[in-house]
Every structure is written in C-alpha cells, then in structure tokens.
Design a binder for this molecule. Structure first.
Ligand code: SAM
Ligand code: SF4
Length: 341
C-alpha cells in the first residue's frame, strides 16, 4: 500500500520500537547520570501489546521496523518479539540497534527468530576511552558481539560511531579500518544536542565537513555516492573501495526526508527526536481500541505532522543542550535512552 503522508509529503514508513529504557552502559552523550527516573514496570508494554501497536503502523504503510532501547538485549527473550514481528508480511526490513555487550550470546537466537540486520554502536577501540565514555567495562564483549554478528549477518551489519571532539575523534581512522577488516560499514554520527546530552556544546561536534577533510588527508580523494534514499546516512567511498557513512544530523539535518517515528517501551509515540510531547497509544490499546482505531489515530496525527526539529535547532544562535537535567527529571520520555535514538 502507499504510505500516508504528512504536511511536507513525508511518508510514514519507518518505526523505531524501544523495548526497554534500561541500559548496561552510561554513554556520556546519552546517559550522563548514574541514576534516572525510569519508566514504571507496569507501564512497559508486553511483546503482544507492542506487536499490536506495530500492526496499526503497518496498516498505514510502515515497512521498516528497528528494535532499540535503552539496551534492547536487556529485555528478556527478545527473540520472541523478533519472531512475532518477522511473521508480519508487511515488514520488509527488521533491524536491531544494540551496544553489542550481550550480542555474542544472543545473536544465534535472534538470527533464528528472523532478524534481518544489526547495527552495533562502537565509539572506540580503546578500553580506557570505553571506560571513560560509557562508565562501564566491556569493550571486548562488544567486539566479540560484532564478530558474531558479522559472521551471521554478512553484509548486513553496520557500526555507528558518535564522534565527540577530545574524546574519540583521534580514532576516526582506526575505527574505519576495524570496520573494513570485518567487511562491515561504519557510520560516523555527529554528536547531537538531544535528550540526555546535557553536556553538549557545538565545539565538541566534529562536523561532516571536518570529518571528511580529516579522512581525505589520510586516505586521499573521497567520492560521495549520490543515493536517492530516506536513510539518514550519506555514503562515501575511499579510492580502495571502502564504504562508510556520515549522519550529519547536527550540521546538515535530514528533516526534509525524515520518514521515521519512534515508539517508547510504554507505548508513547514521538514524531521527532526533538519533540517534547508524545502521543499515548498505550492508553488506547489498554482501553480496548482495535488495531484499526489505533491506526486511524496515528493517521490523523501523521497527516498533521510538520516537525523539523533538527532544522529549527540550526537557527538557534546561542545553541546549547536542548534540555537541562531538571527538565529531564520531569519526564523520563525526554531521554534519548527512552526514545531509542
Ligand atoms: N543501546 C543501543 C545502542 O547504544 O546502540 C540502542 C539505543 S541508543 C539510544 C541508539 C543510538 O542513539 C546509538 O547509536 C547512539 O549512538 C545514539 N545516540 C544517543 N545519544 C546521542 C547523541 N547525543 N548524539 C548522537 N547520537 C546519539
Ligand atoms: Fe549508550 Fe545506547 Fe545505553 Fe544510550 S542506550 S547509554 S547510547 S548503550
């Protein structure tokens, strides 16, 4: 079916489903505190409930679903949810974003359950930087997870690196070479001023332009691939054929092509990463609404959508973090680890 369109003719095709707000890391750009206001346990939807909401989205043309979190592999028996979704013929692309810590153990069951693609967040290859950035140990487990994924999903594994000046930007080349050796594609992500990024400042952002400049000094000419896709990453090729991506959400946002929205583990639907308010689909579901009724609500909200959060941030002169810690404490759903990135 043809997907529904918002006020800027952007289709609703891509849904990110967060299955938990909990995490076993504390990445500085996402969760700078040690303790948080977590979602209440009884508020978190069961897999059957999440699937029912996903079905409503599928009725409207969503065909790409990405499971995320918090750390999705902390949700017990995640493969059961993967299996439920993989039986939906409407879903063409079923992917997972994980920090990789628990991936080596869980990869075979997830593959068996029908997971099609995996993205692992990898910001450093250095134990000390990993400990500083995530406030936890475990880089070797992440690397084992990447190897397990690369073996099971050949050609369908990506690595995402959030680049922070002074933290991991001395590893741009090492990370690219690590990815090349494993035949996986690396994507550099500009550090964003969203959710828990309460220590964000523009001078810590390594822009796409700077990044490409630095890589071309080392590797020579870089070719940009002009692809007509809604994916946020622009793709590039080194002269030896190595492909990589850049997600320039901060300096060059992709709002004009954004076809994604996100569902939190408690069934709140957000149309933009920068949105302060979401739509409570859990109340409808638990109140007995049918899939069609939920789909009708989603359709009317999407039809009125005019969000372009990252573009509007570009116009702000004295740009600092989007939210401060006191605002974040008012609503756990403002956090990136609740929205799923
Ligand atoms: N825990 C999983 C992981 O880290 O891959 C999935 C959830 S995490 C919130 C999803 C993505 O959000 C990660 O790839 C992470 O790099 C990204 N992210 C979180 N905070 C960010 C920020 N301030 N700027 C850019 N990306 C961010
Ligand atoms: Fe890091 Fe992902 Fe956990 Fe955020 S949710 S702290 S990005 S591992």
């Amino acid at each position: 079916m043809s997907p529904i369109l918002d006020r800027f003719d952007r289709p609703l095709r891509n849904l990110r489903v967060s299955v938990t707000d909990r995490c076993n890391l504390r990445c500085a750009y996402c969760m700078p505190q040690e303790e948080y206001r977590w979602l209440e346990r009884e508020e978190v939807l069961r897999f059957g409930e999440l699937s029912a909401i996903v079905d409503a989205f599928c009725l409207l043309g969503v065909d790409k679903v990405r499971i995320t979190g918090g750390e999705p592999l902390l949700r017990r028996e995640l493969e059961r949810f993967v299996e439920q979704l993989s039986r939906r013929s409407a879903i063409q692309d079923l992917a997972l974003t994980t920090n990789g810590l628990l991936l080596a153990q869980q990869a075979p069951a997830l593959k068996q359950a029908g997971l099609k693609r995996v993205t692992v967040s990898l910001d450093t290859l250095d134990e000390a930087v990993f400990a500083q950035l995530t406030r936890r140990k475990g880089l070797s487990d992440v690397l084992a997870g990447i190897d397990a994924a690369a073996a099971l999903w050949a050609g369908r594994v990506k690595l995402d690196t959030v680049v922070m000046r002074g933290v991991n930007d001395h590893e741009l080349e090492a990370l690219l070479e690590f990815a090349r050796e494993r035949a996986v594609e690396l994507r550099y992500i500009e550090y964003m001023d969203v959710g828990g990024a309460t220590n964000w400042s523009m001078d810590k952002v390594v822009s796409r332009a700077e990044l490409l400049g630095r890589l071309s000094k080392r590797y020579g000419a870089i070719e940009e691939l002009h692809e007509n896709s809604s994916a946020p990453a622009e793709r590039f090729r080194l002269s030896d054929g190595t492909l990589f991506g850049v997600i320039a959400s901060t300096t060059s946002p992709f709002c004009a092509k954004c076809d994604r929205s996100r569902l939190t583990a408690d069934g709140t639907w957000y149309l933009c990463l920068y949105a302060r308010l979401g739509i409570d689909l859990k109340a409808m579901l638990r109140g007995g609404a049918s899939t069609e009724q939920i789909a009708a609500r989603i359709a009317s909200v999407w039809g009125a959508r005019a969000d372009r959060g990252a573009e509007l941030r570009l116009d702000e002169r004295a740009r600092g973090p989007l939210l401060d810690a006191s605002e974040l404490r008012t609503d756990p759903r403002l956090e990136m680890h609740t929205r799923g990135g």
